[in-house]
Ligand binder design. Structure first.
Ligand code: ADP
Length: 480
């Protein structure tokens, strides 16, 4: 049994307060699992408009937080609350000009916004008189904290000896910034080989400075050390490959449970698959699709982003809707890149009686799609872990995925889903056809695949034990 550790999580997103994808889900769940194991985990994130407007259960701290920056002191506000259904404290760093904006990301000054957040969150530990054993930073937004700790922070007794973990959720977003961001933070350091002249790369910095590193699946951990998967940082990652681990994300079973999910009209489990059918009808009715039984209802729920394999999806959906694999229905829920929104809107206009493109973010509709569809598509170009396929399996929708990153680690061909390797529409279509063939001709095998997926253990308890091990290694490293 490990001693109780004090761990501070730093993240730009924490569900349910702010989420654009898997990062928010992870940081909303993992701390709760670690808390259950007896650790004193706390979380820090920026205060976006929902918090400033008054979030139930979230209160401001009475004192403002002085944040020392290169040019002097800036005051931040701090709100505090708890992660839902837990006693894990969460702190929100407030600065009207930086965080009270309509979006989480997408601004020119993003590196400065998150540099401020990172530095303020470190300073908060002093204000709370709570000295963490571990700072656990997530993605590039929190990496400025690791750079500061490894440089200027070494001269500060409060922070000396703290171990750090850097978790890479997505190597594609690296947080490149002008060098002036280091002046802003009061950091003097040298340039990394991976940084262009006059440029900071916060993802590279996180990798370089953290005591230990991990990504969110073992396969992705291997892929990013190759030139093809390394997004320019593979050399640095190879340099640190002994310290780089792969830990699969879990699912928050408190949220994602088809027996209790209050967003579903009908509850079911692996023993009661017939009740699933009612969700399928509810989904068809909600989408104004014919309530036809016995044909595959194929679905996607995804950010409409190039990494998600959408370049090979249009052709496959077209073949599916032309009934080249028999009659079928298709629904996509997603928002993002205008090119892909236009593609799906166009396909819907061609096949309005059997396809829906819901081009929105809809947290209520997503569970019904997982619970009401038969086949769930994730043809990702790369996928650090992927939660969509885990939720789909838990809700009895059989995934068809490209065997990359976490998809390769979680979906087993013919056992829990169907997989393909080459990134092209032909390979994707073949895998989908294999799935549809089993669906159409071998119902009992189909049901078996559904049930094996539904019973698989993707709980956070399992992953949290691996993180605990990583924390121990990091502390051992720091203590020499
Ligand atoms: P990523 O983090 O790259 O977006 P993941 O598969 O790890 O991909 O996580 C995606 C999460 O976001 C899942 O919980 C999925 O259900 C949810 N999601 C994605 N797009 C939408 C949407 N348009 N509406 C509702 N939920 C969505």
């Amino acid at each position: 049994m490990t001693d109780s550790l004090k761990i501070l999580f730093l993240s730009a997103e924490v569900a349910p307060f702010a989420k654009t994808g898997g990062l928010g889900d992870v940081v909303g769940s993992l701390p709760k699992a670690l808390r259950q194991m007896g650790h004193d985990v706390r979380v820090a994130m920026p205060a976006y408009p929902a918090i400033e407007a008054g979030y139930p259960g979230v209160e401001p701290l009475p004192d403002s937080l002085p944040v020392p920056l290169g040019f002097g002191m800036l005051q931040a506000g701090v709100y505090h609350g708890r992660l839902p259904h837990s006693d894990v404290p969460i702190y929100f760093i407030a600065e009207q000009n930086l965080f009270n904006r309509s979006q989480i990301y997408g601004y020119q000054d993003d590196p400065y916004r998150f540099a401020f957040f990172s530095r303020a969150a470190l300073e908060l530990t002093r204000a709370l008189d709570w000295q963490p054993d571990i700072i656990h930073a997530h993605d590039w937004h929190a990496a400025p904290a690791l750079t500061w700790l490894a440089t200027t922070g070494q001269g500060d007794d409060w922070f000396r000896g703290i171990s750090t973990i850097f978790t890479i959720h997505n190597l594609a977003h690296q947080g490149k910034a002008p060098w002036g961001v280091f002046d802003y933070l009061g950091i003097q350091t040298f340039s990394l080989h991976e940084e262009a002249y006059g440029e900071v790369n916060f993802m590279a910095r996180g990798i370089y400075h953290a005591t230990m590193l991990n990504t969110v699946s073992p396969t992705y951990a291997r892929e990013i050390t190759t030139e093809a998967g390394g997004a320019g940082l593979d050399g640095l990652l190879r340099h640190r490959h002994f310290d780089l681990h792969g830990i699969l994300n879990g699912l928050d079973y408190g949220v994602w449970n088809p027996m209790t999910d209050d967003r579903l009209p009908h509850h079911f489990d692996a023993e009661n698959l017939d009740k699933r059918l009612k969700n399928r009808r509810a989904l068809q009715s909600r989408l104004h699709l014919p309530q036809t039984d016995g044909i595959p209802l194929v679905a996607m729920v995804t950010r409409l982003d190039w990494q998600k394999g959408l370049d090979i999806t249009g052709h496959v959906v077209d073949l599916l809707m032309r009934s080249y694999a028999g009659d079928a229905q298709f629904v996509v829920l997603g928002t993002g890149d205008g090119r892909y929104e236009a593609m799906f809107a166009h396909l819907e206009s061609l096949y309005p009686h059997k396809m829906r493109a819901v081009l929105a973010y809809d947290a209520q509709l997503a569970p019904l799609i997982y619970a009401g569809s038969d086949i769930f598509l994730m043809p990702s170009l790369f996928e650090p872990c992927g939660l969509g396929q885990l939720i789909a399996m838990r809700y009895g929708s059989v995934p068809v995925v490209r065997a990359t990153g976490g998809l390769a680690d979680t979906v087993l061909e013919g056992e829990t889903g169907f997989t393909f390797h080459d990134y092209n529409a032909g390979a994707f279509w073949e895998a989908l056809q294999r799935a549809i063939y089993v669906y159409n001709v071998d119902k009992s095998r189909w049901q078996h695949i559904q049930q094996v997926g539904m019973r698989a253990d993707f709980s956070w308890q399992r992953s949290a034990r691996s993180y605990e091990q990583l924390y121990e290694w990091a502390i051992a490293r720091t203590n020499g």
